[in-house]
Design a protein around this ligand. Structure first.
Ligand SMILES: [Mg+2]
Length: 204
């Protein structure tokens, strides 16, 4: 019998991103980021308060992952929840990060107690999610992500996967409304863990 499959995002779900990214912007570039809306690139300012051009954002993000990934800390409860679920489920981390950073991310997650397979992706996640479901042929599949567009993509291309919209970083919780294409909005791992366990034990 096949096992359930859990496909989880990393930034904002397993690892804190916003606080370490803000620290990096300040320390390395003298920039500030205030999360007044959910638009990272539009909310970065220089020392004079001028907005930083959106075209600089990809390089800033790449620099963060190149030199500061190790400053990312686990989201509360993620390590313990996944360790428990991994006894009965296959776990894959599907993270939007350049291929060059996927190896470092795999090592970082393992160092922090999350020794799971990491797949680097760019763009919508529905396609790669559907591919994983085809490969694993799981008894039940879950997708966890903080960004609503990924839930829309997942619903379209992997509709049978149970989609949990988790916004684990408090700075973002009020800024990201529940994803209309997710099955549930659950922002903390203790509740998500119980929710997944319930569905595994009593499939609908
Ligand atoms: Mg994310």
């Amino acid at each position: 019998m096949t096992r359930p499959l859990i496909v989880s995002d990393c930034d904002g779900v397993l690892l804190n991103f916003i606080d370490p990214f803000i620290a990096y912007l300040g320390e390395e570039h003298g920039l500030t980021l205030k999360m007044t809306s959910f638009a990272l690139s539009g909310n970065i300012h220089d020392a004079d308060g001028n907005p930083v051009e959106a075209s600089r954002f990809p390089a800033l993000l790449d620099g963060f992952f190149t030199t500061h990934m190790a400053t990312q800390t686990p989201i509360d409860g993620a390590v313990a929840a996944l360790a428990d679920l991994a006894q009965d489920c296959d776990i894959v981390i599907l993270t939007n990060i350049g291929d060059g950073h996927a190896v470092t991310r795999t090592e970082e997650l393992a160092r922090l107690g999350m020794p799971y397979r990491v797949i680097g992706n760019l763009g919508p996640k529905g396609g790669p999610l559907a591919g994983l479901v085809e490969n694993f042929a799981p008894s039940l599949a879950f997708f966890i992500d903080d960004l609503p567009p990924h839930h829309s993509s997942a619903k379209k291309l992997a509709p049978d996967v149970h989609r949990i919209h988790m916004v684990a970083e408090t700075a973002l919780q009020a800024l990201i409304p529940p994803a209309p294409d997710a099955d549930a909005r659950i922002d903390d791992w203790a509740a998500a863990h119980a929710h997944i366990r319930r569905l595994i034990e009593e499939p609908a």
